[in-house]
Design a binder for this molecule. Structure first.
Ligand code: UTP
Length: 278
């Protein structure tokens, strides 16, 4: 079975919850302490054995490309000083990974962004990271956990977590049968349901391993909730074929697309770095 070589980062959204910060800057460049969200995402993909990073960008998102490129002037300026070390991690990423980019011209939803990114992926299974969901773990990263599951099951895998019932309206919510502890064969999925319509409190978060069949399904998926092409609707089609599982990942997720989640992630990471320094 093919292992996962490519990770897609849909990063074309407007990030309206972070205005005015995101007026001229992508939300994925917001830093958790000193490192931008996109870099945490790329590091998580690398830890899962992935070296091909495919980023779906949009207007005003050039800084994403610049971040993973050489900055001659700056690097010349700090060469030989202690500050050089601050760019070491980013340089190491650039040396071991390849980056490709495509633009989503019209923001027609996450499903559409994944479909647009398909040109960078081709016909192979692939991972998806929404970098505004920042995940921390004690052991292997969330994506590494999911790639291991893909290798066992050979079908699409989505990361899920329990959320309070009154928050289901913010997520795709699944229903299904728990085949093993934490592994649920999905039978139904609903995008952003009200608490009354939610089939469970198991919400999909921004980590996926998808089989290439998803691209054909997306091509035939009409706009759904909010008139956007929803990955949830395409995954429902896969689920109805028995080809999608939900995985209660081990770790903690911060919703950095929301101000509260972003502040929590910042506090958590800052405290952790202070403890590590001691
Ligand atoms: P969000 O629902 O968080 O939307 O998208 P958003 O536009 O980024 O943020 P808000 O709600 O306006 O504050 C989930 C993910 O899907 C990507 C976003 O970049 C984000 O990573 N996305 C969404 C696209 O790439 N294209 C789209 O058309 C929509």
């Amino acid at each position: 079975m093919a292992t996962i070589n490519k990770c897609l980062f849909p990063a074309a959204g407007y990030g309206t919850r972070f205005l005015p910060a995101t007026k001229a800057m992508p939300k994925e460049m917001l830093p958790i302490v000193t490192k931008p969200l996109i870099q945490y995402g790329v590091e998580e993909a690398m830890e899962a054995g992935i070296t091909d990073m495919a980023i779906v960008t949009g207007r005003g998102k050039r800084s994403l490309e610049d971040h993973f490129d050489i900055s001659y002037e700056l690097e010349h300026q700090i060469a030989g000083s202690a500050k050089e070390e601050l760019l070491a991690e980013t340089r190491a990423i650039m040396e071991s990974c390849s980056f490709s980019y495509t633009r989503q011209v019209e923001m027609r939803g996450l499903g559409h962004a994944i479909s647009v990114g398909g040109k960078l992926i081709g016909r192979e299974p692939f991972a998806v990271i929404l970098a505004d969901d920042y995940c921390v773990t004690e052991g292997p990263g969330v994506l590494a956990q999911m790639v291991a599951l893909y290798e066992r099951f050979g079908c699409s895998v989505v990361a899920i977590e329990e959320v309070p019932k009154n928050e289901t309206y913010r997520y795709g919510v699944i229903e299904g049968v728990e085949e093993e502890p934490g592994i649920i064969r999905i039978s139904n999925m609903v995008e952003k349901p009200t608490p009354e319509d939610a089939p469970s409190n198991l919400a999909v978060i921004g980590r996926y391993v998808l089989t290439p069949e998803i691209f054909d399904i997306l091509d035939n998926t009409p706009p759904g909730k909010n008139n956007e092409i929803q990955i949830t609707d395409a995954l429902l089609t896969q689920a109805q074929r028995g080809n999608a599982i939900g995985y209660k990942f081990k770790g903690r997720r911060f919703d950095c697309g929301s101000v509260e989640g972003f502040i929590d992630a910042t506090n958590y990471t800052f405290q952790k770095t202070q403890i590590e320094k001691q």
